[in-house]
Design a protein around this ligand. Structure first.
Ligand SMILES: Cc1cc2nc3c(=O)[nH]c(=O)nc-3n(C[C@H](O)[C@H](O)[C@H](O)COP(=O)(O)OP(=O)(O)OC[C@H]3O[C@@H](n4cnc5c(N)ncnc54)[C@H](O)[C@@H]3O)c2cc1C
Length: 310
């Protein structure tokens, strides 16, 4: 880094994509800074067990994998700073990144900002955030040992997280807007908990509002095919999908109709020298193995870009 906070490469985010890129770039003496607004490891760091990442025959906890990736990148000289990038300005050979308080300069930029959880947008959701409303089972599931909860969603993540939560909750009301769309394997596993009475599935059901007492959730109003009723529960876990972390790039970098970043085959955006990889990229397959794969690919493309623009 020079005195004016300049780097060869600044990576926005420090999830599996960013950390893999940093392992490659720093090993090749490309001066690399990662800027992270939350937790190093991104979504992987809050995933309980990662069973499908190659090389770990017994699986590995998301936190452990994140720590190992970060250590490996730091061993080669990667630097990680905590800040949130608010905007990016293209000045040709130099890109300016404005953080909350600092400005960073880079010859090349990698956007690896991943995704965040979608909200359901009902009264009480914001008010009771972390006081009964949650989006991460690994982070908050243990607070609900022997207590009744509801889970919202019917896709793979919702069912996977419901299965995880069965180890804590006394009962789970699974609220599904239409039908369960999770894989057959997950549905088969879920059936065991439906059969033993731990999970009750409510199809065609929406939450109308989340209510509480003493600042803590204690019930929800639901609408099942037009009929409303109250469920007494202590917590609501919402898993209704993800949206890309690209709001700060609107009008700057070209996005697709779902706001994911468009790239060419070199994983470069419409701005030369600004690359995107991992879950935030249009067409990404949303797996840690593919995030790491894209991280490695983009590192090589960035090296070529830097060599061309010396
Ligand atoms: C519940 C759940 C379970 C999963 N289970 C598995 C699994 O078992 N196996 C598997 O392969 N995959 C799994 N995944 C998917 C996997 O976690 C992702 O594919 C992977 O983490 C994507 O990596 P990424 O680096 O592209 O993005 P992320 O992991 O999302 O990391 C992006 C990082 O960028 C940061 N960031 C965002 N905006 C800014 C900004 N403006 N400034 C600074 N930093 C910013 C974020 O804080 C975050 O840390 C799971 C995902 C979820 C949600």
């Amino acid at each position: 880094m020079s005195l004016d906070n300049s780097y060869d490469l600044v990576i926005i985010g420090a999830g599996p994509t960013a950390l893999t890129t940093a392992i490659y770039t720093t090993r090749e003496d490309i001066d690399t800074l990662l800027i992270e607004k939350g937790a190093v490891g991104g979504m992987a760091s809050v995933t309980d067990l990662i069973d499908n990442y190659p090389g770990f025959s017994k699986g590995i906890s998301g936190l452990e994998l994140s720590e190992e990736l970060a250590k490996q990148a730091e061993r080669f000289g990667a630097k990680i700073e905590y800040d949130e990038i608010k905007t990016l300005t293209d000045e040709g050979r130099v890109k300016l990144l404005q953080g909350v308080s600092e400005q960073y300069r880079a010859k090349a930029v990698l956007i690896a900002t991943g995704t965040d959880y979608k909200k359901i947008g009902v009264p009480g959701e914001v008010e009771y955030l972390s006081r009964g409303v949650h989006y991460c089972a690994t982070c908050d599931g243990a607070f609900y040992r022997d207590r009744p909860i509801a889970v919202v969603g019917g896709g793979n993540s919702a069912i996977q997280e419901t299965l995880f939560l069965t180890r804590y909750a006394s009962s789970i009301d699974l609220l599904v807007r239409s039908t369960i769309k999770a894989s057959d394997v997950l549905q088969k596993e879920l059936q065991k908990y439906i059969d033993n009475g731990k999970v009750k599935v409510h199809l065609g059901t929406n939450i109308v509002r989340i209510m509480g007492e003493n600042n803590l959730v204690n019930k929800i109003e639901i609408n099942q095919n037009g009929a409303t009723s109250i469920l007494n529960i202590d917590g609501v876990f919402v898993f209704v999908g993800l949206f890309p972390n690209t709001a700060f790039l609107k009008g700057i970098v070209e996005l697709d109709e779902r706001n994911f970043i468009k790239t060419n085959q070199d994983l470069e955006t419409n701005i030369p020298g600004v690359f995107a990889a991992g879950d935030v990229r249009s067409g990404a397959t949303m797996q840690i193995a593919s995030a790491s794969g894209e991280g490695a690919t983009v590192a090589l493309k960035i090296r070529q870009y830097l060599e061309r623009n010396k």
